[in-house]
Design a protein around this ligand. Structure first.
Ligand SMILES: [Mg+2]
Length: 233
């Protein structure tokens, strides 16, 4: 396997995303309780999440754009309380700051430092993490997101957009991620090599076809494997 570049998933690969999303929803709720108690009463955290899922179902054209989904959700919530103009910008900033206050897995930063030194590296995500806010922006040479590409994993188009950006053929790119379908199957179908960050020791689902090229428990094991690969130049 000749690997010339890497693409790397973010949420649940470099940090656990659920705690950050949980904090973000509650930060928005706390602001609403203080400034718009009627909206907070009508749309507590659980109801707001259900509303967002409804928006997602009604707007399949926004499947690649979680940010706009959330902004529309807020507009719906305020409109239902008779407020035509929701303070979307204020609430978005509160949400986005909390959403990016992630806690990296302990192996992530040391691994990133190794990877960046040796390989062209692109982030590749369906989510809306902001790597400058997270503080790891400088470790990536390129940033590929579903929102900017117009297609979300596992659609091959987002992987091919990354390959084009890196200037490397898909078969010479290793995609690294935690999700069996979005990352492993998606990248495999786009012709890439695949590394599954399998932090919970799951068994590869046989119905998904060929197992990933690499199945490792964390980013440290990934780096150890990559450093055993022969130099490419
Ligand atoms: Mg992920």
């Amino acid at each position: 396997m000749r690997i010339l570049a890497l693409t790397l998933d973010l949420d649940d690969t470099l940090w656990p995303v659920l705690p950050a999303l949980e904090r973000a929803d509650h930060a928005v709720d706390a602001w609403l309780q203080q400034h718009h108690p009627d909206v907070a009463r009508a749309w507590p955290v659980t109801a707001m999440r259900e509303l967002r899922m409804k928006v997602a179902i009604e707007r399949p054209d926004l499947a690649h754009d979680f940010s706009t989904q959330r902004q529309l959700t807020l507009q719906h919530a305020f409109a239902s309380c008779g407020i035509a103009t929701a303070p979307v910008d204020v609430l978005w900033e509160i949400y986005f700051a909390a959403r990016n206050s992630v806690e990296l897995y302990p192996d992530s930063l040391p691994a990133l430092m190794h990877l960046t030194a040796r390989w062209p590296l692109a982030s590749l995500t369906n989510g809306n993490a902001d790597l400058e806010r997270v503080g790891i922006h400088r470790h990536f040479h390129h940033h590929i997101s579903a929102r900017n590409t117009g297609a979300a994993k596992p659609d091959p188009r987002i992987f091919l957009a990354a390959a084009e950006c890196l200037g490397v053929a898909p078969e010479n790119i290793l995609h690294i991620g935690d999700d069996v379908e979005l990352d492993v199957v998606g990248a495999r179908d786009a012709g890439m090599r695949t590394a599954w960050i399998n932090r919970h020791g799951a068994t590869w689902p046989a119905d998904l076809g060929n197992a990933p090229d690499l199945d490792v428990p964390d980013m440290t094991a990934l780096v150890e494997w990559l450093e055993r690969q022969p130099p490419t130049t």
